[in-house]
Design a protein around this ligand. Structure first.
Ligand SMILES: Nc1ncnc2c1ncn2[C@@H]1O[C@H](COP(=O)(O)OP(=O)(O)O)[C@@H](O)[C@H]1O
Ligand SMILES: [Mg+2]
Length: 280
């Protein structure tokens, strides 16, 4: 007899940190756009804002974020707060844990721990059970918050602002930082890929930087699709939407869908909970 109430156990979520210590690299935009694209492809998505600036929370968090007490700060202080901290974002099918400025103050607390690098990990392990993919939006810094994000993740995506030479100049520091975390606390972390944002092949400086990045990290390590510069990004953020909800038919949206598909393939996100449960 077939038990129709039975649903097969789901594999735990793949956790992807999006990091570059340079501000303006496109981290937050990449997280909100990928979350929207992956959700539309049928995946259950959670995004976690780990930047005290709270840009992601302001963009796609609920309206009343000022009144919310349970943020990533509380989760870092107590992993049992992980599930209570989950909120609905404004992106259909995407949940969010928000952040705000007082997160900065938690850094001192983290430093006092015996295991300061792996404070987030138990909370992430609790959250993995409910999603296909968890995206971490890290701060523009090489600090304990970014250490914790990378230490709890399976993969890292590194966005680079195209044409910004300083992004390449700082990359050695970033790769050394990731290498140290890999050696000390998270041997399984690997770079899923580098992605060029605000790219335009027609501009010499941007083409030159793309070539230099590919030469430095290898052709394979840079996603073939690049994210074009688009006014729709800023416009969507001004009305607190992800760009896909804002302008479904835009080149930048197609690029983010293509990136989401490449990521799903590389990170092996084939099975989706919604599809398994017949919700597609
Ligand atoms: N593809 C794009 N085209 C145009 N502007 C973009 C694009 N991606 C990001 N931006 C803008 O660049 C700024 C920095 O992007 P953001 O995603 O916040 O970077 P980070 O999180 O790395 O600091 C934001 O104002 C954002 O609106
Ligand atoms: Mg950001």
């Amino acid at each position: 007899m077939v038990d129709e109430s039975y649903t097969a156990p789901q594999p735990p979520a793949v956790v992807i940190a999006v990091h570059n210590h340079k501000g303006g690299a496109g981290k937050t935009t990449t997280v909100s756009s990928l979350a929207a694209a992956l959700s539309r492809r049928g995946h259950e998505v959670l995004v976690i804002d780990m930047d005290p600036q709270g840009n992601l929370s302001q963009q796609i968090g609920p309206e009343n974020i000022g009144a919310i007490d349970t943020t990533i700060r509380e989760v870092l202080l107590d992993p049992n707060q992980a599930l209570p901290a989950v909120l609905k974002s404004t992106v259909k099918g995407v949940d969010i844990i928000i952040s705000r400025l007082k997160l900065e103050a938690v850094l001192d607390k983290l430093r006092q721990s015996y295991t300061p690098a792996v404070i987030l990990r138990p909370a992430i392990d609790i959250l993995r059970e409910g999603y296909d993919v968890i995206l971490l939006d890290l701060p523009p810094a090489l600090n304990l918050l970014s250490v914790n994000g990378i230490a709890a993740a399976d993969y890292l995506i590194i966005p680079h602002q195209s044409g910004a030479q300083f992004s390449l100049d700082g990359m050695e520091d970033l790769l050394t930082f990731v290498g140290d975390i890999k050696r000390s606390v998270n041997p399984k972390i690997s770079v899923l890929g580098h992605v060029l944002t605000k790219h335009d092949e027609r501009e010499n400086a941007k083409r030159a930087m793309a070539a230099a990045l590919r030469a430095r990290v290898g052709e394979e390590a840079v996603f073939k699709v690049t994210i074009p510069e688009s006014t729709h990004i800023l416009q969507s953020q001004m009305v607190r939407q992800d760009v896909i909800s804002y302008k479904r038919k835009a080149t930048v949206v197609e690029a983010y869908f293509e990136l989401a598909d490449l990521i799903a393939e590389r990170a092996k996100l084939f099975a989706s909970r919604k599809a398994c449960n017949g919700e597609e």
